[in-house]
Design a protein around this ligand. Sequence first.
Ligand SMILES: *Cc1c(COP(=O)(O)O)cnc(C)c1O
Length: 414
Amino acid sequence: MDGQGPFLPDYESVFGQAVARVRAEGRYRVFADLERKAGAFPRAHNHGPGPDEVTVWCSNDYLGQGQNPVVIEALKRSAERMGAGSGGTRNISGTHHLHVLLENELAALHGKEAALLFTSGYVSNSATLSTVGKLLPGCVILSDSLNHASMIDGIRQSGCEKRIFQHNDIADLERNLAEIPIDRPKMIAFESLYSMDGDTAPIAEFCDLADRYGAMTYLDEVHAVGLYGKGGGGVSERDGVAHRLTVIEGTLGKAFGCMGGYIAGSRDLVDAVRCHAPGFIFTTSLAPAIVGAALESVRYLRAHDELRQQHQARAARLKALLTEAGLPLMPSETHIVPVLVGCPVKAKAITDKLLTEHGIYVQPINYPTVPKGTERLRLTPTPLHDDVMMDHLVAALTQVFAEVEADAPARAAG
Ligand SMILES: *Cc1c(COP(=O)(O)O)cnc(C)c1O
């Protein structure tokens, strides 16, 4: 080994090939270079190809809270009073009174004793699942087959035995539980609302099984907090089962329109995570301005159930229009409106045309976010998408689906 010539690793070509593989499958991701316009949501300024201004149809800011004047005002006020960053980890100088207030508010939102903030929903899932799993020797984690990457990451890091049960399948979960010795710790990890299909979990039935087999329950309510239940506590509040769950996890980045994540649970469990989770301990806490904005947003949504009703009404109208137009709407019980394409190349062609020719921004959803062959558009109407925008979207989709269909055989032949 003289360290010369052909024996030296060619790092760049490894990265180049990794990208080329993604490109070859037609699922290379291009980020739309947009600039949201506060006060004009869901309109955005477009810095990329296409018209200068576009309508956003795929935001997870489900209620437009990111531009709610009271939220922006709280952000400005907090920054002016406390500055930009938090100044440290929660342990070392990074706990501000606003963090305490927001944790109290989130605990109350879910009817739990305590809550704990993280820098994102992703971190809250990976840090909590890994830490709780490590604290329970011999624990088995039962994981829904469609769980989010952040939960899978936490479960892997926990080192626990993992069993994957069929998505939302009560019988398959029970079959798995019955195979585990009754004295072993168990945790059932699942989501309340799956954001790609828009279906919801049988939470009460899963809690019944948890009671019968002595399991803990861990529920990701990321796509439901702020949106379901009388106070926006999520599907678990809507179904009257929040008190039965061991841990409820949520984000401040979607319906609450800010950023950050959290868990809510018993005082002892939350305190144990606070003391043991590296993903909580060793990172600068959320900026006070963000926390002030999120606190305002949570309080606002707890008090404004009518926004949730408008949201559901908007989603129902869009679904009806798509069905009427004969577009391939996938079944969804919730505010998520998925439209099936079934091919990554077509999905990209459709969304490119929508953006550049119609000023409509929808991101194609490809593998690995969804299984191959189920590539789709995922529309997220908000109370701020009016009838004119909706009619325009459906007309554009009808036209573009027809154009891409007509193009496909020609492209295959050529
Ligand atoms: C987006 C998402 C997360 C992560 O939340 P962030 O706050 O965006 O990090 C966790 N779980 C699910 C199901 C999600 O879709």
